[in-house]
Design a protein around this ligand. Structure first.
Ligand code: FNR
Length: 184
């Protein structure tokens, strides 16, 4: 049987570096892990008035989150934090009260930015909110991918050897951590 890992990308940009990184990582997941894309771009702006009758996009999103056994977040950094669209998705998934879709889904966080320490602050903010949502987050390694044009090629492979090794190392640690949690 497969272990479904939800991929959530915090950028809606067509050529998003984070989306490209997510594709490369999805291809690296070993059996029995299977990457499942969980899109967030169709979600309306969160409005608590709708908690009593969730819009269809939110229902679908929650079902997708509930259908996976783990999560991988790829966050851009916007003004020293993660993106509003990602927060919007986290908020939808957490509601209505008592029916959160998030608790207990082991998560890994990665992020890509053209800046060298880019996404470090975004990742810390995301980590803080995920802990409030009862989502266990892999503590280490942290990975801040500095994105330059062509880092991920058309076939979804990481072209820089150092970055590729880092990302492979991260995936290996995430997989080992999932195994450990599942064994408990
Ligand atoms: C940015 N960018 C950015 N980068 C960074 O490292 N730290 C930051 O605080 C910010 N702030 C910021 C704010 C806003 C509103 C935008 C649009 C961009 C640059 C950002 O890293 C860059 O646009 C990436 O390409 C965004 O990720 P995607 O869309 O390529 O995945």
């Amino acid at each position: 049987s497969t272990t479904r890992i939800g991929i959530i990308v915090g950028s809606l940009r067509k050529d998003s570096f984070n989306r490209q990184l997510a594709k490369a990582v999805a291809a690296l997941l070993p059996q029995p892990l299977q990457a499942v894309d969980i899109p967030i771009g169709e979600l309306p702006l969160y409005n608590q008035d709708l908690d009593s009758a969730l819009p269809e996009a939110a229902v679908k999103f929650k079902q997708q989150v509930e259908s996976v056994q783990g999560l991988l977040f790829f966050t851009p950094e916007y003004n020293r934090s993660y993106s509003g669209v990602l927060k919007n998705a986290l908020d939808w998934g957490s509601r209505p009260w008592g029916k959160s879709s998030w608790p207990g889904k082991p998560a890994g966080i990665m992020g890509a930015s053209p800046s060298q320490v880019g996404t470090a602050l975004a990742q810390e903010h995301l980590r803080m909110v995920l802990s409030a949502l009862d989502v266990p987050v892999l503590p280490q390694p942290s990975i801040f991918v500095q994105y330059g044009e062509g880092l991920v090629d058309a076939d979804g492979r990481i072209t820089n050897e150092t970055t590729a090794k880092f990302v492979q190392g991260f995936v290996a640690r995430y997989v080992a951590w999932l195994d450990k949690l599942a064994a408990k």
